[in-house]
Design a protein around this ligand. Structure first.
Ligand code: GDP
Length: 366
């Protein structure tokens, strides 16, 4: 089977992993033209699906574009920027201009301060070693911000190729599908010109006779919480609608549990409010700090869920870190889950999250 290549994208055909490049169900192998499932769907339904790759394969593949000219559009999930921004992207793709498109804006409360948010994203880009040319706030599902973004892409690409990069689940497929629909008005563009077989193994959607929109495979980020939890739990922690802030007035020596996936202990400071932004489906429990360990021990997987029993088998233990928060309007970010805004500051907390899922602080943008 190793020698069969997909005639659309050039990936090696395989029948074992539906999420990886080159997958096709066994039953299709006797067709005259063999396409991987992704190219098949693209050809027949004009539908782009994402495939995932290991870090090494991704790096090998994406670094092929280092020597080429073009514009890079990097998609991140606004609800999980830490987990979806690709560290060192500029080094990987060479010195091409990078536009950051922060997707899923429809999940943030309307009161979000967009300027502050953009500043924070720029700072995150610098920290991740990405030379950002521009930052856009978009919602691929709702179509918000897409026409502005596509105009900017058209100007900045200077008649060159456009590479779309992002980790799995940031909404890359939704984005590309929407972009094609919006810019062409019809869905025909892919079927009529059908993607030419590419030497890079990427799917190319022609923009004109010479240049294309190039869809690179999604990389799986090992440090994302999504990596450790069951599909069922992923559905619960992934917000589907605008997140509603849930406010808790806490005294010190009280604890909040976010399901049983993360925890915040209020150690020292005056009574104050903790504003929690998580998927509306994720339950939050308040308890006394002195009972918190016992509660977790007795009820993780039950009252404190997610995790469900499937997740419990894979997820690393919670590990704690003590933080002193001096300034008000600070967010404690639990990557992939959500964040807690501390309006007042002047307090000490201990935060617990699965090992490897790094908690961070930022100045609040709501
Ligand atoms: P890909 O793996 O990057 O190709 O991501 P998909 O396009 O398959 O999207 C992953 C999930 O995110 C799906 O459940 C989408 O419906 C959802 N999604 C994509 N774009 C948006 C968006 O703008 N807003 C919201 N709320 N969800 C989105």
């Amino acid at each position: 089977m190793e020698d069969i290549k997909c005639q659309g994208c050039g990936s090696f055909i395989q029948t074992s992993n539906p999420d990886a490049a080159g997958y096709t169900p066994k039953s299709t192998l006797n067709r005259d033209i063999i396409l991987c499932q992704r190219c098949f769907r693209l050809k027949h339904y004009n539908d782009i699906q994402d495939v995932s790759m290991t870090d090494d394969d991704f790096l090998t593949m994406v670094s092929q574009i280092r020597g080429k000219k073009g514009l890079v559009v990097h998609l991140v999930d606004i609800f999980n920027v830490d987990g979806t921004m690709i560290k060192g992207l500029s080094r990987i793709v060479g010195d091409k201009p990078v536009i950051l498109a922060a997707n899923k804006m429809d999940l943030l409360p309307k009161s979000t301060n967009r300027n502050k948010l953009i500043k924070w994203l720029q700072a995150m880009g610098r920290e991740a070693g990405i030379a950002l040319e521009d930052v856009h706030l978009i919602s691929s599902v709702k179509g918000h911000g897409l026409s502005d973004l596509s105009e900017v892409i058209e100007t900045k690409r200077k008649d060159q190729d456009v590479y779309i990069v992002g980790t799995t689940n940031v909404g890359k497929s939704t984005f590309i599908n929407k972009l094609i629909q919006q810019t062409t008005g019809t869905k025909d563009v892919i079927t009529t010109s059908y993607f030419p077989g590419t030497t890079l193994g990427f799917i190319e959607i022609p923009l004109d006779d010479e240049t294309a929109l190039i869809d690179t495979p999604g990389i799986v980020n090992q440090h994302q919480i999504a990596h450790y939890i069951s599909d069922n739990d992923l559905k619960i922690i992934t917000p589907k609608k605008e997140v509603k802030p849930r406010v808790y007035q806490l005294n010190n020596q009280q604890t909040l549990y976010f399901g049983g996936l993360a925890r915040l202990d209020f150690i020292k400071g005056e009574r104050q409010s903790f504003v929690c932004y998580f998927s509306n489906q994720l339950s939050i429990h308040r308890t006394k700090l002195k009972n918190a360990d016992h509660l977790l021990h007795e009820h993780r997987g039950g009252l404190l869920s997610p995790p469900d029993y499937e997740t419990l088998e894979k997820i690393p233990e919670l590990s704690a870190q003590t933080l002193r928060i001096e300034k008000g309007k600070t967010d404690i970010v639990f990557p992939g889950l959500g964040w807690v805004t501390i309006p007042e500051g002047g307090l000490t907390v201990a935060v617990h999250s699965p090992e490897k899922v790094r908690i961070s602080l930022r100045s609040s943008f709501i």
